[in-house]
Design a binder for this molecule. Structure first.
Ligand SMILES: *Cc1c(COP(=O)(O)O)cnc(C)c1O
Length: 379
């Protein structure tokens, strides 16, 4: 089945007892057994719940992988991956990372003895050079947040495979609609389903997908042992959101492409970060590993002052000033004072994240309205 069919049907069958076409929300904590130990696949809802199972199967199918596991948030999924490791283990990651991922690495797991290095992962050589004797995992985001740098997943996966290092790709920005990292050699794909997969800004969730049976078993053990699971209603909302992923992404991508090109031609704008632009350093790799460059656009105004950026993001009327991304409605934000405030200033500077950078999550509204809104706000 093709992607646009799988988003609607994978993991879901009409309810056998009623014929209900939508997966029921199984609001139950436990399951009745006929005799001790004879259950029908479900014992207790931390371990497994049919609504969650449907979502887990659906997401695995979208990533062309065997197994999916859902969590209470993207960071709960991140937490589960990090629990595969031990004190003394080393991780190489990108220097332009989701702020919360940077925070859980350096402020939670570092205190348990794990070690982290952050490099410009748009250079495979820099990733290779950062690998040490005790490196156990490479953790990538591509496109990155908020600079939209591109990492060559296939190239990094070759480096990791040679040294038996786990490769994890946070695929939140691209979604499986645009990029499928497992097929490019990643071992685990992570999602904040809060973003494009849910798509309607009404639910927080996370997921891990893998085709490796052993890894899946270990992650499922951690999911149950640590217990950071999503509730069945959250799973239902995410499942419902995913049904329109394919059509939503088409509009997100075409709107973002038009906005990025318009900003790029505007004399008030100094620099646009968007992998779809021909002069973006990752343009070629993005073309190779993604079917479209996505719905996120970042830019810096001429003058590059933080004050001007803060005023601009406060002036839009359709673009809502808010953290998060990937919903149907357009959002604008100032990463340095919002999503990336947790990253120390010297780390931000080293990564090239300007204090005046503005990030857009381009929604699926009329693109002319969006353009007019930005035009007035830039002033
Ligand atoms: C939001 C986000 C996360 C964290 O997900 P939550 O659902 O907010 O916990 C991780 N990675 C990326 C790229 C994100 O945008």
């Amino acid at each position: 089945m093709k992607f646009s069919t799988r988003v609607i049907h994978a993991g879901q069958v009409p309810d056998p007892s009623t014929g209900a076409i939508m997966t029921p929300v199984y609001l139950t904590s436990t399951y009745v057994q006929k005799s001790p130990g004879t259950h029908q696949g479900f014992e207790y809802s931390r371990t497994g719940n049919p609504t969650r199972s449907a979502l887990e199967q659906n997401l695995a199918s979208l990533e062309m992988a065997k197994h999916g596991l859902c969590f209470a948030s993207g960071l709960a999924a991140t937490d589960a991956v990090l629990k595969l490791f031990q004190s003394g283990d080393h991780v190489v990651s990108s220097d332009d990372l989701y702020g919360g991922s940077h925070r859980i690495f350096t402020q939670v797991f570092q205190q348990f003895g794990m070690q982290f290095d952050f490099v410009d992962a748009s250079s495979s050589q820099k990733v290779a050079d950062a690998i040490q004797e005790n490196t156990r995992m490479v953790w990538l985001e591509t496109p990155t947040n908020p600079l939209l740098k591109i990492t060559d997943i296939a190239e990094i996966s070759k480096i990791c495979r040679e040294k038996s290092i786990l490769l994890v790709v946070d695929n939140t920005f691209a979604t499986p609609c645009l990029q499928q990292p497992i097929a490019l050699g990643a071992d685990i794909v992570l999602h904040s389903t809060t973003k494009y997969l849910g798509g309607h800004s009404d639910v927080v969730g996370g997921a891990l997908v893998t085709s490796d049976d052993d890894l899946h078993q270990r992650l499922a053990f951690i999911q149950n042992a640590s217990g950071a699971i999503p509730g069945p209603l959250d799973c239902f909302l995410t499942l419902r959101g995913v049904k329109t992923l394919d059509v939503r992404m088409e509009r997100h991508c075409s709107n973002a492409d038009q906005i990025a090109r318009w900003l790029n031609d505007d004399p008030r704008v100094d620099r646009v970060y968007f992998p779809g632009l021909e002069d973006h350093p990752g343009h070629e790799v993005a073309n190779r590993q993604m079917s479209a460059p996505g719905g996120m656009v970042s830019f810096v105004l001429v003058g590059d002052t933080e004050q001007e950026a803060r005023e601009t993001v406060s002036r839009t009327k359709i673009f809502a000033l808010a953290e998060s991304l990937g919903g149907v409605e357009s959002l604008i934000e100032h990463p340095v004072s919002m999503t990336h405030g947790a990253i120390p200033p010297e780390v931000r500077k080293a990564a090239g994240l300007s204090d005046s950078l503005i990030r857009l999550s381009v929604g699926i509204e009329d693109v002319g309205d969006l353009q007019e809104d930005l035009d007035a706000a830039i002033g």
